[in-house]
Design a protein around this ligand. Structure first.
Ligand code: NAD
Ligand code: UGA
Length: 461
């Protein structure tokens, strides 16, 4: 038995809501999907005739939006109307780390989630299934249910947890062929209804149903495990640098053990992105709130290691450049937190830049998908120095070759494929000597660059 779903509303048109619901719309032409957001500019960008202006850059996204938009996929700022008409509502709003009050710097800020619940309750006149798509602390569904039941119009709400596991840069392929879809709930009919939607393109064997709390906790746990692998290999990268071992060789050697597996063992300047840090901080906070201090300390170490990795990448640049970067031009190739996305949230580049700017470096940045406005906003948000100082010390350019001209050093912060194919001969000849490259992604070819005369440093070598 399942409910009949004709219309879906998704609240939150961000990096998750936009791509996820576009794929659901593409795969389920019989369901009308409206994605709503309070951010007027974002909705206008999703509705832009020119698909290059979509607010989220993801390979393959434009084709999907082109196919479904205006057919059964709509973007709107009219939240009340879409909520009222929907049989099923996905909540996909942001759940950032709280930056005030109790739990500041650790807990998830659930104010946007609660606002959604109150708005749904006040508008809904018919029964609805509410789907938690945002990443939430375990037991949030109980709070949502309480708000919906006490402030609503006497209609029935069934709450499901359906966390999203897509990674940015590969969102469309992750959504089209997910390792698993996870659905947690208490009401079997509601669970079956959501299962039926995914069955339009996901094989039954990849659809897993659990209780609500397992589903909520699995999402935080998955991110904690993934981030832990990056911090684990990054910790080994430092040991490699001291001992003559090469971290790529170590990764390969351990990854071939099928019990360990080869993915997520790429040493780097540190993990970034909007979720790893926030979700681990949240896990640590939850563990501490239950008095589980050993559990909390265990996961906290993943963040400590990541902060250390960013700091020591910057320290190595300073030390190698004869212990001063004051007044020196350092060129950053890449600002996004990984390749194939325009997202810069918590990108390692932001923190490395901040350390170097505190040492009075002059930084020039090139990233193929990130705008100058975004880069300055990221630096201003740190509040380390005034916006005027940030603009005086940091230049953002559109041409990578020009970016490298007269630089003392190049730092590779994002693993964009195009960096591999640059005319490194020309770059070398336009740089100050010795010409240094600090490869935070282990992207470039050491032998080729050293033959050209570069001084090449890579993480974990
Ligand atoms: P985002 O900031 O890109 O998008 C969230 C959107 O929600 C914003 O556009 C915001 O304006 C809108 N919003 C907030 N409150 C609203 C309200 N009351 N009514 C209408 N719109 C509202 O965030 P995101 O990256 O899409 O992440 C959303 C959630 O998904 C988070 O909980 C995150 O942890 C989780 N998640 C993110 C990813 C990822 O790769 N980014 C992957 C899996 C899960
Ligand atoms: C991550 C998870 O992979 C998704 O499953 C999850 O849904 C998502 O978080 C989320 O909840 O937001 P995402 O942050 O988009 O996805 O990107 P990842 O591919 O996980 O990369 C995260 C960071 O780790 C990046 O900075 C990346 O460069 C770094 N990383 C990743 C490494 O340094 N080494 C690796 O081997 C893998």
């Amino acid at each position: 038995m399942s409910f009949n779903i004709k219309k879906i509303c998704c609240i939150g048109a961000g990096y998750v809501g936009g791509p996820t619901m576009s794929v659901v719309a593409q795969q389920c032409p019989h369901i009308q999907i409206t994605i709503v957001d309070v951010n007027v500019e974002r909705i206008a960008a999703w509705n832009d005739e020119n698909l290059d202006n979509l607010p989220v850059y993801e390979p393959g996204l434009t084709q999907i939006v082109a196919e479904a938009r205006g057919r059964n996929l709509f973007f709107s700022t009219d939240v009340d109307k879409a909520v009222d008409e929907a049989d099923m509502i996905f909540i996909s709003v942001n759940t950032p780390t709280k930056n005030y009050g109790k739990g500041k710097g650790m807990a998830a800020d659930l104010k946007y989630i609660e606002l959604c619940a109150r708005q749904i309750a006040s508008v809904a006149k018919t029964d609805k299934i509410i789907v938690e798509k945002s990443t939430l602390p375990v037991r949030t569904a109980a709070a949502l249910k309480s708000i919906l039941d006490h402030t609503g119009n006497g209609v029935n709400f069934h709450i499901l947890s359906n966390p999203e596991f897509l990674a940015e840069g590969t969102a469309i392929q992750d959504l089209l062929a997910p390792d698993r879809v996870l659905i947690g709930g208490e009401n079997q009919e509601a669970i079956d209804t959501l299962v039926k939607i995914y069955q339009n393109w996901v094989p039954d064997t990849n659809i897993l149903t659990t209780n609500l709390w397992s589903s909520e906790l699995s999402k935080l746990t998955a991110n904690a495990f993934l981030a832990q692998r990056v911090s684990s290999i990054n910790s080994i990268s430092e040991l490699c640098e001291k001992t003559g071992a090469n971290v790529d060789e170590v990764s390969k050697a351990i990854g071939m053990d099928t019990r360990i597996g080869s993915k997520f063992l790429k040493a780097s300047v540190g993990f970034g992105g909007s979720c790893f840090q926030k979700d681990i901080l949240n896990l640590v906070y939850i563990a501490r709130s239950y008095g589980l201090n050993e559990v909390a300390d265990y996961w906290d170490q993943v963040i400590i290691m990541n902060d250390h990795q960013k700091q020591r990448f910057a320290d190595n640049i300073i030390q190698t450049l004869y212990n001063t970067v004051s007044g020196k031009k350092i060129t950053f190739l890449g600002w996004a937190f990984k390749k194939d996305t325009n997202d810069t949230r918590e990108s390692a580049a932001i923190y490395v830049a901040d350390y170097l700017l505190s040492e009075q470096a002059e930084i020039t940045i090139y990233d193929p998908k990130v705008t100058a406005e975004r880069i300055y906003a990221d630096l201003d948000y740190l509040n380390t120095r005034s916006p005027e100082e940030n603009r005086a010390l940091v230049k953002v350019v559109n041409d990578p070759i020009q970016a490298c001209q007269d630089a003392h050093a190049i730092a590779v912060l994002t693993e964009w494929d195009e960096f591999k194919n640059y005319d490194w001969y020309t770059i070398k000849h336009q740089m100050k000597r010795p010409a240094f490259i600090f490869d935070g992604r282990k992207l470039l070819n050491r032998k080729y660059l050293e033959d050209l005369g570069f001084k090449y440093y890579a993480i974990g070598e």
